[in-house]
Design a protein. Structure first.
Length: 303
């Protein structure tokens, strides 16, 4: 009964989307519905620690595949983790990554335990090509005793990579924050509707892979508080808001706007040579004292 009610309810929700069974329905990543594949960031550098939670709402137990990439875009490892049907869950500590199997009616960690403490990057989790995965990420800072997090970005059935999107988010006054972290991840399409790093899991070749532009906009003057373009040789950017604009006086709440263009070193990995923009997703976390909040940056529909 538990399984049939849960699956029927989710199918009914998906049927409300126009053409849900036929095509993707979201311009950019999906953060509102379960999807076939999910992407989540992690940061375990310095005093930060990271955790992931995953839920599976489909029929039949599966072994979800977890692909861990560092910020350069290099694939660190792939593990297979069993997850039960009809609402089964999984929790992964970035310091204890391993396979998980269902053995003698129990979920058991199996194989060597790998730690990615000291690294930051992202994980791509794939299921059975059906929109049954939902995830969330948490990044905590042991020096501030605060944490932030957000929903996984979904791809494959509902969500998809947007061509050259602009992303938007919002921040409190950076001068009032005890901690903040902006995370941008550039992605390439891969098989079966999933995604990979812009180096397709390879170590970056050197040179500029992407040019990421970040703006802060507010209420004064023409609205532009600060702007900077970063020449990047990696698939991801991790930075505090203040670290993005050293020497700038940031004393206002702001809208974050960001977009990315291809760099010359990306040509070897480019699946779409007629478009000079890169598909990016973004996350932002901020803390005021012991209180933290996280958000997924939203794809700006321009027209």
């Amino acid at each position: 009964m538990r399984r049939s009610v849960l699956v029927a309810a989710l199918l009914a929700a998906l049927d409300l989307l126009p053409g849900a069974a036929a095509a993707q329905n979201v311009i950019g990543p999906n953060t509102d519905f379960p999807d076939a594949n999910v992407v989540m960031p992690f940061d375990a550098t310095g005093s930060r620690v990271s955790y992931f939670t995953l839920s599976y709402v489909g029929n039949n137990d599966i072994s979800a595949q977890w692909f861990f990439y560092d910020e350069s875009g290099k694939l660190l490892t792939q593990v297979s983790r069993a997850i039960l049907s009809a609402g089964g869950t999984d929790v992964v500590d970035i310091g204890r990554v391993s396979n998980r199997v269902y053995l003698n009616n129990q979920l058991v960690e199996a194989g060597p335990i790998q730690s990615f403490v000291g690294k930051r990057g992202f994980v791509v989790v794939t299921g059975n090509d059906q929109p049954w995965l939902a995830g969330a990420w948490t990044i905590a800072n042991t020096s501030t005793n605060a944490a932030f997090g957000g929903s996984a970005a979904g791809f494959g059935v509902i969500g998809g990579l947007a061509a050259a999107p602009s992303l938007v988010g919002t921040t409190f006054n950076p001068a009032s924050l005890q901690d903040s972290e902006l995370i941008l991840i550039a992605l390439n399409p891969a098989a079966a509707g999933t995604v990979t790093s812009i180096t397709n899991g390879n170590a970056p070749p050197g040179g500029i892979l992407m040019k990421a532009t970040i703006e802060l906009r507010g209420n004064a003057g023409d609205g532009l508080i600060a702007q900077r373009t970063f020449d990047m040789s990696s698939s991801a950017l991790f930075s505090s808001i203040g670290g993005l604009f050293p020497g700038s006086s940031l004393n206002s709440s702001a809208t974050i706007v960001t977009y990315a263009d291809e760099g010359p070193a990306y040509a070897a990995y480019d699946p779409d040579t007629d478009n000079t923009g890169l598909a990016i997703i973004g996350f932002y976390g901020q803390t005021l004292g012991a209180f933290g909040t996280g958000q997924n940056l939203r794809t700006l529909i321009e027209g």
